[in-house]
Design a protein around this ligand. Structure first.
Ligand SMILES: [Zn+2]
Length: 413
């Protein structure tokens, strides 16, 4: 898009008309983005946050108001004297978003309005079955969202789905997941016939990295990047990197199933020696109890069982301690490879396994410190970021609403 509006003014007359229009759309999206990130804003604040000229902000806000996308409200000045401040905000009912978070034992549905406010949320246990049954269950869950809220189907402008596992790059297709394995789930084919909404599927840790990147960029100058490492039944990794003009690029490479030890322990994916086979919760239990490496891993390990093992490690049990250290090493070696291929950056550790970080830290540092990149650049900052579900939700909200903003601006102006 940026190529278009660089045309010199002499060319603008006719051929570059579309370029100007695109720039206009882009500015409108920037105004909507600022309102979502900062809440209600005055005209001056909008100009500050977007870098747009005052006259441009006026033109955009009156257009968006006329199209019933945003609304004005008045706030009395603190002293009660003087003119009230006029604040702009998204019109809450202009659009709705449904967020679907798939985990190994449950599916959570959330309904959010255009201002980003949560309206309804419920959780359903995840049934066992094949991909077709799974899609049908999600279809039924989405209908339940409509029934409960009585919102018309066409007001839902986006459905944003996340799961662990491998997501196709170009379509909402789940290519591999811990529970369904290689049986692919095509959400587009399953849901599109009924829904006109924008459909997106994201890897869960990509959303965590996206939310962390946005937070850190907003709170501190000089943000360059962050790696999110999610520990649990499976191991997820997301990388958020700062790009020019305040953009953040996010990726979720297939870290959990990267090779750690050739011909090593059997992984849930069917391969041998993956990072997850050593650092996933089942991998830690396998090491601690000296289960043969070719035993088929359990699909799900109850957290209390791992808590018990951690308690035993903290009270000095050598085998339990060793299992967490081996897990830490697998993560440390893996991270050092990621840094060698990308760049050195802080690591934010999340997920249900983050509570065992104290037991894994030494192994992680041991794994990291053997690589040249860490010897030259130093040990990366390793910190625990609690409340992964909130980050996942935030990531959904930001990414899906950006799509809704684009659609709304295109159709409204
Ligand atoms: Zn694997």
């Amino acid at each position: 898009m940026s190529g278009h509006h660089n045309a010199s003014s002499a060319e603008v007359a006719k051929p570059a008309r579309t370029g100007t229009e695109l720039l206009g759309l882009r500015n409108r999206v920037a105004v909507l983005k600022a309102l979502r990130r900062h809440g209600r804003l005055s005209h001056t604040e909008l100009s500050d946050h977007t870098g747009l000229a005052s006259a441009t902000v006026s033109a955009i806000t009156s257009d968006l108001e006329r199209a019933e996308v945003i609304e004005k409200s008045e706030q009395q000045a603190g002293s009660g004297r003087g003119r009230p401040r006029v604040l702009f905000a998204q019109r809450r009912g202009s659009a709705y978003l449904i967020i679907v978070i798939i985990s190994s034992d449950a599916i959570q549905y959330s309904l959010v309005d255009y201002a980003g406010k949560l309206i309804d949320r419920f959780v359903e246990p995840r049934m066992q079955g094949r991909a077709g049954d799974f899609l049908a269950a999600i279809g039924a869950g989405l209908e339940r969202v409509l029934d409960r809220s009585r919102i018309a189907r066409d007001r839902v402008r986006a459905i944003s789905i996340s799961s662990k596992g491998l997501v196709a790059a170009d379509a909402p297709v789940l290519r591999w997941s811990p529970v369904l394995g290689t049986e692919q789930v095509d959400f587009e084919a399953g849901l599109k016939p009924l829904w006109g909404a924008r459909l997106s599927l994201s890897n869960e840790t990509l959303l965590v990295a996206s939310a962390l990147g946005q937070q850190q960029q907003a709170s501190a100058a000089g943000f360059t990047g962050v790696t999110a490492l999610s520990l649990g039944h499976s191991i997820g990794l997301g990388i958020a990197t700062a790009r020019p003009a305040g953009e953040i690029e996010v990726r979720a490479p297939n870290f959990g199933h990267m090779l750690h030890v050739p011909n090593g322990a059997l992984c849930r994916c069917g391969a041998r020696g993956c990072v997850e086979a050593y650092a996933g919760l089942y991998g830690i239990l396998r090491t601690a109890f000296e289960v043969p490496l070719d035993t088929i891993p359990a699909k799900f390990v109850p957290i209390p069982e791992v808590d018990k093992l951690a308690a035993s490690a903290r009270s000095g049990n050598r085998m339990a301690n060793y299992a967490f250290r081996v897990a830490g090493q697998a993560l440390g070696f893996g991270l050092s490879r990621v840094f060698s291929l990308n760049s050195h950056m802080p690591v934010a550790i999340t997920g249900p396994g983050a509570r065992y970080f104290d037991l894994m830290r030494a192994g992680m540092e041991e794994g990291l410190s053997q690589s040249q990149v860490v010897r030259m650049e130093g040990m990366p900052i390793l910190s625990v970021v609690p409340d992964e579900p909130q980050l996942v939700f935030q990531g959904h909200l930001e990414r899906a609403m950006a799509l809704v903003d684009e659609d709304i601006v295109m159709s409204a102006t």
